[in-house]
Ligand binder design. Structure first.
Ligand SMILES: Nc1ncnc2c1ncn2[C@@H]1O[C@H](COP(=O)(O)OP(=O)(O)OP(=O)(O)O)[C@@H](O)[C@H]1O
Length: 746
């Protein structure tokens, strides 16, 4: 008979752990520079990938270690790793762990999807374990992430790997309503995974919350957190942390700025860039393509792409929340044949999380802002990353495409570039991004703008969405720093607006201003030649080029985000609630997309109907692109409109006439009754009542006649015409009214 497994004695476990901790600590001590031994090191990973100082010497005990179970770490962590399926270390883990376990600060850079998370989660657990951290010790480690979704993902990894430890950990992210519960418990937590805004909120508001014992601080996506968008928040956080601590900064695009490092008071950090010598900055299994897509064909191309990849998981990046909302809502109504989802920073937190986990599980298309561009793992299985709007720089590109081809899996990406953005291709290649350039196959393009026009007519709410998408896109291009790539003056504005299905181009004030400036600059410098007068050249030319007001405003507004969460610069501008709202009112003037001579058409609710939608091919719903066909359609449209107009007028006239006749009949009848009543009551009250009634009838009749004038008919004509069909003539009416008045006065 098999002997039942004996439960380990608690005391023995404790004793074993004490011994383990002592062994680990003495090992760590032996790694200190003044200990006389070589610093801990694994052999170089390969000749092409030196790992900072680490490859310079050999560390005998762990030389050749490639697996986690060979590391000098606790049994608890080893068990957690094993159970989560982590056996072999990745390059960045092999490079970073020896240093971090010894207590050094680290600046770690490695390609997307290469396992940076474990490179900081393991040393956190080990540090607290060796320090025998307990609930009474408070916050021992803080991991800061730029987005809520990423924080959530990091928290999951921490829970899995730290499963056998006894530390308490908490996820503190914006958008959650239970701040009060958090406040009650935050002081008992040992490890915090948080977004910067929420952490600072606790630092500011939660009584007794303090981090004076902090051992390890981690900034994941460090370059992003050190960026201008989080600057103030991060400075405020760091000012409340002890200077004596271990700090890890990780990212696929690492900062090397001395200023940044000084802000965090790093102590002689190890700079570990495991893929620095690599030929490419992106994962090896990632196939990347770029193609020219004019602005007004982007949605056609995206629609065609989705229709051609119905069995794939696709992540689509757009530049702003408004773009995401519009494309998602529009495509959802057009039903491409696979589930669609959207993710952006303006969604409620619960929904955001729900969408994120649904997208991890099922094949679908996710339209997103840059909120999904960093760190997210999506279960490794995104097939395609499609960048409909150009990223702001190479770093942003690297993070977006990094959502696919993670760890050892493959993936593909495609970038739509407008002809004016071709400089970006150069930038990407300079940043060691192996991107193929292909021509779009326009034969397979399925135009969607006609369908969108029809959609905007059917759903008036969609018009607003489209207008906002249009405006925020233009503005996002305007605020981009790299003016060599992004030039708002090169955008085909009217065509873009029409491609969203809009009947008119919304006017944008700053753009008009810019155009005026451009025209001024293009004018020959007559004034300077002809006039010596100071006044004539009162505006220096340089001044005309400066648009400080807008740039400054956007810069400031970026800092005014709600809870400082990352949305990408372009989408951050949407969080400037008061400013944009005021501006929007002024900006929404309109430019009608119509050939000269056609008229704007309104539907019954007063919404404008796009001529494009009116003439869309009834079968395909597409707008015919052939110019001959187009003018034929317009001619037909004008005729139809004229006919409809005439019919409407006739109908309206008839309706009014009937109404008048009815009223007169009523008036006549009512008058008789009133005369009787008046005669019977004879009281003041009755008289007043009668007078009021009559006045009302009198003025109603008059106003009817006024309205008739709108049809272009004179009062006289109208009255004489009406009198023919009515039971009483005008003369009779006047006589009746006179009689009534006389009877009232007498
Ligand atoms: N040693 C390992 N063995 C097996 N899988 C691993 C290992 N390390 C990490 N992974 C897996 O690789 C994937 C990417 O890891 P991780 O999210 O840490 O990458 P990253 O470098 O932080 O990426 P990004 O730069 O996009 O944030 C995850 O699915 C993770 O589970």
């Amino acid at each position: 008979m098999k002997k039942p497994k004996q439960k380990p004695n608690r005391k023995t476990v404790r004793m074993n752990e004490v011994e383990e901790i002592e062994t680990l600590n003495s090992w760590i001590d032996s790694q200190k520079p003044d200990s006389g031994t070589n610093p801990l090191s694994f052999p170089p990973l390969d000749k092409k990938a030196p790992v900072g100082r680490i490859g310079e010497s050999e560390f005998s005990a762990y030389a050749g270690s490639t697996r986690f179970d060979q590391l000098p770490i606790s049994r608890r962590t080893k068990n957690g790793l094993k159970e989560a399926g982590f056996v072999k270390m990745t390059d960045i883990q092999r490079a970073a762990l020896p240093h971090s376990l010894c207590g050094r600060d680290i600046l770690g850079a490695a390609k997307t999807g290469s396992g940076k998370t474990l490179a900081f989660v393991i040393p956190i657990l080990e540090k607290l374990y060796r320090e025998r951290w307990g609930p009474e010790d408070g916050v021992g480690s803080i991991i800061i992430s730029p987005t809520r979704e990423l924080a959530d993902q990091l928290f999951d990894v921490l829970k899995a790997v730290g499963k056998y430890h006894n530390f308490s950990a908490g996820l503190l992210i914006g958008g959650r309503k239970d701040v009060d519960t958090e406040k009650e418990r935050v002081n008992e937590l040992n490890i915090l995974v948080c977004t910067p805004g929420r952490l600072l909120q606790h630092m500011d508001e939660t009584p007794n919350f303090e981090c004076s014992q902090l051992q390890v601080l981690v900034l994941d996506e460090a370059d992003r957190i050190l960026d201008v968008g989080f600057k103030k928040t991060l400075n405020a956080i760091v000012s409340q942390l002890p200077r004596h601590r271990q700090t890890f900064l990780f990212s696929a695009t690492q900062t090397k700025s001395v200023q940044d490092l000084a802000r965090l008071s790093l102590k002689d950090p190890e700079y570990l860039s495991v893929h620095e010598e690599s030929v490419t900055a992106t994962p090896n299994h990632l196939q990347q393509t770029a193609m020219i897509v004019p602005l007004d064909q982007k949605l056609d191309m995206l629609w065609s792409f989705i229709k051609a990849h119905l069995n794939s998981k696709i992540l689509v990046f757009l530049s702003s929340c408004k773009q995401v909302k519009f494309v998602f809502e529009a495509f959802k109504k057009l039903r491409p044949g696979m589930p669609l989802k959207c993710l952006h920073g303006r969604m409620k937190q619960q929904r955001r999380m729900g969408i994120y986990s649904q997208f991890c599980e099922e094949r679908s298309v996710l339209f997103s802002t840059d909120v999904a561009s960093r760190g997210l793992d999506f279960n490794k299985a995104v097939d395609w990353v499609v960048q409909v709007d150009c990223p702001e720089d190479a770093a942003s590109y690297i993070h977006r495409v990094g959502r696919t081809a993670r760890y050892n899996s493959g993936g593909r990406s495609v970038l739509f570039l407008m002809p004016s953005e071709m400089k970006m291709l150069e930038n990407l290649r300079e940043a060691k991004i192996p991107i193929q350039f292909t021509k779009a196959n326009t034969k397979r393009l399925q135009p969607v703008s006609g369908l969108l026009s029809a959609l905007l007519v059917k759903y008036p709410d969609m018009q607003q969405l489209a207008q906002r998408a249009f405006i925020t896109y233009i503005r996002s291009i305007h605020i981009q720093k790299d003016k060599e790539v992004f030039d708002v003056m090169k955008l085909s504005i009217d065509e873009f607006s029409a491609s969203l299905g809009l009947p008119m181009t919304p006017k944008i004030r700053f753009l008009n201003q810019k155009m005026k400036e451009k025209k001024l600059l293009e004018r020959p410098p007559v004034l300077e030649l002809e006039n010596d007068d100071e006044d004539a050249s009162a505006i220096p030319k340089e001044e005309l080029l400066i648009d400080d007001s807008i740039e400054d405003k956007v810069e400031k507004d970026i800092l005014l985000t709600k809870d400082n969460e990352y949305e990408g610069k372009a989408s951050l501008i949407e969080d400037i609630i008061p400013a944009t709202r005021i501006l929007k009112k002024k900006k929404l003037k309109i430019n009608v997309h119509r050939p000269v001579g056609t008229r704007v058409v309104f539907d019954e609710e007063g919404n404008t109907l796009p001529p494009l939608a009116m003439v869309a091919d009834p079968k395909s719903g597409n707008f015919p692109l052939d110019p001959d066909q187009k003018s034929e359609y317009y001619r037909k449209l004008r005729e139809d409109m004229k006919r409809a107009d005439k019919e409407d007028k006739l109908l309206d006239r008839q309706r009014r006439r009937e109404k008048r006749v009815k009223q007169k009949m009523k008036w006549k009848k009512g008058d008789m009754e009133e005369e009787d009543e008046d005669g019977l009551s004879g009281s003041e009250e009755g008289m007043e009542h009668g007078r009021r009634k009559r006045s009302k009838i009198y003025f109603d009749s008059g106003s009817d006649n006024d309205n008739d004038n709108e049809d272009g008919e004179t009062k006289e004509n109208k009255t004489s015409k009406d009198s023919k069909g009515d039971s009483i003539t005008l003369e009779e009416q006047e006589a009746l009214a006179l009689k009534l008045l006389n009877s009232l006065h007498s």
